[in-house]
Design a protein around this ligand. Sequence first.
Ligand SMILES: [Zn+2]
Length: 82
Amino acid sequence: MSLTTKQKENIAEKLKKINGSCPICTQKNWTIGDEIVSANSVSLAGSTVMGGPFIPMVQVVCNNCGFVSHHAVALLGISIND
Ligand SMILES: [Zn+2]
């Protein structure tokens, strides 16, 4: 699902309240990804698990060094109606 401009603005506002320095390069120049993503579950033996519950996440990319952070959508206060 693509994020709307309003949703991305709400996410940026929420993240701005947290000190948003990149943990790698200390810059504060981020881009919010266009899509909501999830991580695949895997077993300790190395097999991939398809389906099942997941945590919807937003990707935030540092424009200086490329570091990517993931944030749980449920805690960012965005609405599907925005
Ligand atoms: Zn960085």
